[in-house]
Design a protein around this ligand. Structure first.
Ligand SMILES: [Zn+2]
Ligand SMILES: [Zn+2]
Length: 142
């Protein structure tokens, strides 16, 4: 089981289940909500999520594919703990930075890098990770 918490500690959630994919995303939305150059996420079944403490706020934005992405974040400190797409509402893209315990971060090396066209030249590609120009939808892999 994994536990995730926000910066101020008001929110804590846990996840059970298998990680289906590990992603690094360089899209502009990920930049904006994270305040960094990219995000690193692991996909976990939403059915295995439990709220241990607090109430996360949500913010929904339509993305280029036409799907809506909803961020679940702390309304006090602003940490985004996970995001859900209408493309696959049963899966949470959990931000690995919120997960407590170094093992998961250490094990969080992405299988796939998205929107690599936005990756800054000073950042190296992840060795062995699939490199995708835009988004990647697991069920539509060519
Ligand atoms: Zn917080
Ligand atoms: Zn992104």
């Amino acid at each position: 089981m994994l536990e995730s918490s926000c910066l101020c500690g008001a929110n804590r959630i846990s996840f059970e289940g298998d990680i289906s994919v590990k992603m690094r995303c360089h899209c502009i939305d990920c930049r904006k909500f994270s305040g960094s150059t990219n995000t690193n996420n692991i996909a976990l079944p939403l059915a295995g999520m439990k709220i241990l403490k607090g109430t996360l706020k949500t913010y929904t934005k339509q993305v280029a594919t036409g799907n809506n992405m909803t961020s679940h974040f702390c309304g006090d400190c602003g940490s985004t703990l996970y995001r859900i797409s209408t493309f696959n509402e049963g899966v949470a893209a959990v931000m690995i930075g919120g997960i407590d315990g170094l093992e998961t971060i250490e094990d969080g090396k992405a299988h796939v890098e998205l929107f690599v066209k936005n990756r800054p030249s000073w950042m190296a590609p992840i060795q062995g990770a699939k490199q995708v120009e835009g988004t990647w939808l697991p069920d539509h892999e060519s």
